[in-house]
Design a protein around this ligand. Structure first.
Ligand code: ADP
Ligand code: MG
Length: 320
């Protein structure tokens, strides 16, 4: 292939954009180029595997910058690994595109590999096909046996925490779609929160041996917390007045609207987790900048205090 061929063949494309573009890890015995990758898992280690698909026009607006698509496709998977307390190591990429476009591929891989390199992850394989733009990434992480976090361990009396601030991505989506006009600095902050979510990988790993359960907030706090409650067979009390809100949320929309977004809007990719009393001191000493928003209860069901509005539908469900 000549280097400026605007539509490279599949093999040329793989070599040019995907091979040797991420850190070469010692635990990858064989990476891109054969029929399958060969991988070495350390002893006493479990592999956490997460996969997420993003379809153009459905999971991101059609005009989203390719670098943001690449970044976010990996970020949402890293967020899943973070919720399991796993350390990211490898990824695979299934890419479906209407045509092979050099500029698009360059920008897409710039965004994707920027995040992969930050975590020392190696791209170990994938698949490339023609069709409507769809990006599927599978991320692989290591977690010591016994230390993985799940949705299932919350007990009555555990405190419920969330990282970061909530609702920003939900407001950001309305801003990038032109439904709301905000001052420039808020527009910049909120679109960053929507397009470049910060997966809480380090936080997830610090919670090993301390948190009793964890989940990442992809569909909205209420919907995702409910998964912890179901898996752990417990209930919860949440105080809406304690929800962490960014100044962009506080300064630009009504308090009840901000609370509603924080409770129900998806795409924030913060962690929600529970800390039992016996680990409270150890947890507080780490100063992780998380916010206690309530407590796990014996009785099932989710009680919400301090919110007057109505909640029509908890979270985003694709097939409803
Ligand atoms: P096969 O026909 O045996 O499935 P492919 O031609 O699909 O092989 O892929 C050749 C090699 O390139 C494989 O190692 C595969 O994992 C890798 N590969 C294909 N597409 C991608 C991609 N989008 N990202 C990373 N690696 C890829
Ligand atoms: Mg093959």
């Amino acid at each position: 292939m000549s280097h400026d061929d605007p539509h490279p063949s599949e093999f040329a494309l793989i070599e040019r954009y995907f091979q040797h573009k991420t850190p070469q890890r010692a635990d990858v015995v064989l990476g891109i180029g054969d029929d399958a990758a060969l991988l070495q898992l350390p002893p006493q280690t479990l592999m956490a595997v997460a996969m997420d698909t993003m379809v153009a026009g459905r999971h991101f607006p059609l005009h989203t910058h390719p670098a943001d698509i690449g970044y976010k496709a990996l970020a949402v998977n890293l967020s899943d690994l973070a919720a399991m307390a796993a350390e990211p190591v490898w990824l695979t990429l299934a890419l479906t595109m209407p045509e092979s476009d050099n500029l698009w591929l360059q920008q897409f891989t710039d965004g994707l590999f920027q995040l992969a390199r930050r975590y020392g992850m190696q791209l170990i394989g994938g698949d490339t096909t023609r069709g409507p733009l769809t990006v599927t990434i599978q991320a692989h992480g290591f977690v010591p046996r016994e230390l993985a976090l799940t949705r299932g361990g919350a007990k009555a009396g555990d405190k419920i925490y969330v990282s970061g601030t909530l609702g920003d991505a939900g407001l950001g989506l309305r801003v990038v779609q032109g439904e709301i006009k905000l001052p420039n600095e808020d527009t910049t902050f909120l679109s960053q929160r929507l397009n470049r979510p910060e997966p809480r990988v380090e936080l997830g790993m610090k919670l090993r041996g301390m948190a009793s359960s964890a989940i990442d907030i992809s569909d909205g706090l209420l919907a995702d917390l409910q998964h912890i409650l179901d898996a752990s067979q417990v209930g919860a009390v949440i105080h809406a007045d304690r929800l962490p809100l960014s100044s962009s949320m506080k300064n630009n929309i009504r308090t009840e609207d901000a609370k509603r977004l924080a409770l129900t809007a998806g795409d924030d990719y913060e962690l929600c987790f529970t800390i039992p009393e016996q680990h409270a001191a150890e947890f507080n000493a780490l100063n992780l900048h998380c916010t206690c928003i309530g407590e796990i209860t014996q009785h099932s069901g989710l009680k919400l205090h301090g919110y007057e509005g109505e909640i029509k539908r908890a979270g985003y469900q694709h097939f409803l």
